[in-house]
Ligand binder design. Structure first.
Ligand code: SLL
Length: 147
């Protein structure tokens, strides 16, 4: 499997969280339902490059290390507090042996606290990034091109 010199593949990704307040269904420990995700910035299938995503939650959660082995690379939970989520991305081995660590602050509460929080409007926090693979193998290059 030959490597292509002087070739770079750049995969644009978006990662972040959305959170809904549970309103009447809110309890002390479960006031919000939230989702953390990693997806292609233009909706490309990240399964082509990502083998596994590991979401490291706050230790107050049961089994705080959550492993997602196939797309969509996302996870939903309910809880009461904000914290930093560590997201580790593992790539297919013909691509890159190194993992990538991302950190994302789970945001539950809107900036503007003037009125009561709505149950319909999510609080969204997103970051954009590009994963660059240099000297990809021919087979990977073909896989990505055909997508
Ligand atoms: C805080 N630093 O003290 C934060 C920690 C932890 C949030 C927030 C657990 C939910 C469950 C949960 O939401 N933890 O028990 O399932 O504000």
């Amino acid at each position: 499997n030959k490597r292509l010199k002087d070739v770079e593949i750049s995969v644009p990704i978006v990662y972040g969280t959305t959170s809904f307040w549970l309103g009447k269904k809110a309890s002390d420990h479960h006031s919000h339902k939230w989702t953390v995700y990693v997806r292609g910035a233009t909706n490309e299938d990240l399964g082509v490059v990502i083998k596994r995503a590991v979401f490291q939650l706050h230790p107050s959660f049961n089994n705080p290390t959550r492993v997602v082995e196939s797309p969509p690379f996302e996870l939903s939970e309910s809880g009461w507090g904000e914290f930093e989520i560590a997201i580790t991305l593992y790539f297919h081995s013909d691509l890159c042996d190194k993992q990538l660590d991302l950190y994302h602050h789970l945001k539950l509460y809107p900036e503007d606290e003037s009125g009561p929080q709505s149950t319909k409007k999510p609080v969204v926090m997103e970051s954009y990034n590009e994963i660059v693979f240099s000297e990809p193998s021919e087979s990977l290059f073909a896989r990505v091109q055909n997508h």
